[in-house]
Design a protein around this ligand. Sequence first.
Ligand code: A3P
Length: 316
Amino acid sequence: DDEEEKFLTQECKELLLSLPRQKGWRTPYLYEFQGFWCQPKEIQAILSFQNHFISQESDVILATIPKSGTTWLKGLVFSIMNRKRFDVIDSKAHPLLHSNPHDLVPFFDQIPDLSKLPDPRLFATHIPFNSLMLQESIKNASPKIVYLCRNPLDTFISSWHFVNNLRPKSLPPFEIEEAFKMYCDGIIGFGPFWKHMLGYWNESLKHPNGVLLLKYEEMREDTVSNLKELAKFLGCPFSVEEEKEGVIKEIAKLCSFDKMKNLEVNKSGKSIKNFENKHLFRKGEVGDWVNYLSPSMVEQLSQIMEEKLDGSGLTF
Ligand code: A3P
């Protein structure tokens, strides 16, 4: 607790005292801030972002709830947007072969050095839609937002594995039953998951030119069609020649799970987030939850999904 709070500003420490809190997954507590459960350092980053960030109309923002394919989406959109600078057909010099996507596409809540970013700027975030819109310049500039979501059953399993992998070996494992209860109660980083998804989903319905919602499962099923839609949405559609040359397929291949997982940088490197990249690549499968969840857990979570997403049109 002390260790974590050492880096917080006085303003943030005072704010934390006024917020509801619950036991966290990775940190002692998660705090309910602007309607979502966040770690203290995330709240500080959101505050700083809301106060200081200056958005440009040409910005592209990749939004996700953690463990729904952020790393993959970063790789794909980086490759699409930079395909004139970095050839994907003759890809020997492609940055994704020696950098993790997190080193190429910053989370803007981590306040990167903006001067280093080429135009159009590409950012990622886990910040919920409502909190993004509390940022004046984003509201005015309305940059393009791509939201990737994933079946909550798989996102839960992915999150649970991830937290256990990062947990110091001196601590007992984080039991699946405990994690599951927290997840169902909405208590997970940037949760409740349904509220996170609905924020972006509803906006994508209202402003389809501003927010594109993609699903992990559909991206796995048909990566090429999704990449075409993505490129079109981003204002840099693939030409007929590019498609003929195989550019779209090469991007899908370059960013595929097996390719990325087996790169040296992702086997042994550390990304800017200061943890080992290998933890970002586990199985990359659709439906791995069947191997971990009991029938009653599946029933419970499915019911929550049905209830919370009811009438929204968002289904998994
Ligand atoms: P699993 O734990 O189910 O394997 P995030 O990047 O948001 O942290 O999400 C992590 C999840 O995405 C993990 O899921 C991880 O294996 C999967 N993933 C990472 N890279 C991927 C890729 N290139 N293609 C598909 N899935 C990928």
